[in-house]
Design a protein around this ligand. Structure first.
Ligand SMILES: C[S@@+](CC[C@H](N)C(=O)[O-])C[C@H]1O[C@@H](n2cnc3c(N)ncnc32)[C@H](O)[C@@H]1O
Ligand code: SF4
Length: 380
């Protein structure tokens, strides 16, 4: 059974002005205790999925996993290997922030088993990086990428952002041209979203910050999509592009609604139809693990049509969409009957296409994918 393991590192040197991920600055002193708590939670998690099949993937995300020393990561990985089965085929990804990567540690990460790295570059203009609150320059991002290449880890990805305050179309194009010329196999790009609770959100509300409007964002997205495809990248998901075979297997597990265990503060799991979320505060997370208190702060178990709707919109994120025959076999129900009104209306608007028993969002409508997804969100 395809299964992924996610481990969350909720620590950052500094909060980027746009970010609402579950991560905290100024509490790095907690890392040793946090790692002990992770080791305990991993043990409990290993009982849930059993040790029969090798993991498809493991993902160290954050926050900033590159704040871990090589020694810390080696210890964490040997704990994982003792509790789960990893094969030579298991994808082991790690997020790297160029401003928080200690020289010499990358080689140790690779030795510990990391075989895929995602570097948070965001933009190649130092003025933009500064305005985002990033802790690194473009030159440092280049150095980090170069160091990754030198470790021999050959599955590399970069994250870029568009629709940024003050970002011109020309700057966005430069960032993508740079990414495509790096000899790497994967690029993710995200349109800026203003999330409540972030500095950017407050500044925009008070009129201190102006962000490009939806039309400009859409134009940037369309340009990026076309450009990366012209450079041999395949768009396999709304925000993700890869050379053939270099897709993120871990993220695909999420979109295919497969079992994913999340370990660490605020990590989400999906197992046997239940989505659950861990205690988000790292301090309370450590306390709860040590005291043996239930870590879950949220549990949802969608059933029936609501669960099928959720799976449908997750799968529709993928460019290949939904294989309607496989769906019918798995659910003993035709998706086109189950969501007849929604699918017919989305088809008539050109938001969904069906060819050779596959239902998918056409490339030119992916920027508006939320309009499709909301039609599949239904009450139980
Ligand atoms: C968990 S974060 C990345 C890892 C690492 N902490 C870093 O920033 O280098 C994943 C990615 O989400 C994107 N992201 C985060 N917040 C965003 C927002 N508000 N709008 C758009 N993209 C965002 C960024 O591109 C970021 O690299
Ligand atoms: S480094 Fe990454 S996780 Fe941390 S605040 Fe910035 S975008 Fe968010």
């Amino acid at each position: 059974m395809a299964t992924g393991l996610y481990i969350h590192m909720p620590f950052c040197r500094q909060r980027c002005h746009y970010c609402d991920f579950n991560t905290y600055a100024g509490i790095e002193a907690l890392i040793p205790e946090y790692l002990s708590a992770l080791a305990s939670e991993l043990e409990q998690a290993s009982h849930i999925i059993g040790a029969a099949d090798p993991l498809t993937s493991m993902y160290l995300g954050g926050g900033t996993p590159s704040l871990l020393t090589g020694k810390d990561l080696e210890a964490l990985m040997s704990r994982v290997r003792a509790l789960f089965v990893l094969s030579s085929d298991t994808e082991i990804s790690m997020e790297i922030n160029p401003g928080a990567l200690q020289a010499g540690e990358l080689q140790k990460y690779a030795k510990a088993g990391v075989n895929r790295i995602s570097v948070g570059v965001q933009a190649i203009q130092n003025t933009l990086l500064k305005s985002l609150g990033r802790i690194h320059t473009f030159e440092e991002a280049c150095q980090s990428l170069e160091m990754c290449k030198n470790t021999g880890i050959n599955r590399l990805s970069v994250d870029l952002m568009f629709g940024l305050p003050g970002q011109t179309m020309g700057q966005w194009q430069e960032s993508l041209r740079w990414a495509a010329a790096q000899g790497i196999g994967h690029v993710s790009f995200y349109g800026l979203t203003l999330e409540k609770g972030t500095a950017f959100y407050d500044w925009e509300q008070s009129g201190r910050l102006r962000v490009p409007n939806d039309d400009v964002q859409a134009e940037m997205y369309e340009w990026g999509r076309g450009y990366l495809e012209s450079q041999g990248f395949i768009q396999y998901e709304i925000s993700n592009f890869s050379l053939p075979g270099q897709e993120s297997r871990h993220n695909i597990l999420y979109w295919e609604n497969k079992t994913t265990l999340g370990v660490g503060a605020g990590a989400w799991s999906f197992c046997e139809g239940e989505r659950s979320c861990n205690e988000p505060s790292p301090v309370k997370y450590v306390e709860k693990v040590m005291a043996g208190i239930d870590l879950k702060v949220e549990r949802h178990h969608l059933k029936g049509r609501a669960a099928r709707g959720e799976e449908a919109y997750l799968r529709l994120r993928l460019s290949e969409g939904i294989d309607l025959n496989a769906w019918h076999q798995a659910k003993a129900m035709d998706l086109r009957d189950d969501f007849m009104t929604e699918i017919q209306s989305l088809k008539s608007l050109g938001f969904l296409l069906e060819t050779s028993n596959r239902l998918y969002i056409p490339a030119d409508k992916r920027i508006l994918a939320n309009e499709v997804f909301e039609r599949f969100v239904v009450e139980e």
